[in-house]
Write a protein that binds this ligand. Structure first.
Ligand SMILES: [Zn+2]
Length: 104
């Protein structure tokens, strides 16, 4: 299962769910989150953003099976930041420990 967090944007979540279901995925939505039965690749989500012409949005990996789809600015509003090395997204404190694992 993959969770895709659309950072409080229920409209995008709804469009994403429709998109995935059209692609043959079995997905459901709960508010701003989309859940899929199977693992979804990042490239699929990138394609969704491309085809929906959602400029400024990006797909970020948060936990192993969780993606965040949001504008970079809303991710920051959310209290999240992104690792410069691998793109991992987490809350500041967690990211601090994460960066140390890279040897920063
Ligand atoms: Zn990293």
């Amino acid at each position: 299962m993959t969770t895709i967090h659309c950072a409080y944007d229920e409209e995008i979540a709804n469009n994403l769910m429709d998109y995935l279901n059209k692609k043959g995925e079995d997905s459901t939505r709960e508010k701003d989150r989309v859940f899929t039965k199977n693992k979804v690749r990042k490239t699929t989500l990138d394609k969704f953003l491309d085809e929906s012409e959602l400029d400024g949005y990006s797909v970020m990996l948060s936990e192993p099976d969780t993606f965040i789809v949001a504008k970079k600015t809303s991710v920051e509003d959310f209290g999240l930041a992104q690792c410069e090395i691998c793109g991992y997204v987490a809350f500041d404190e967690e990211l601090f420990a994460h960066r140390r694992a890279h040897g920063i």
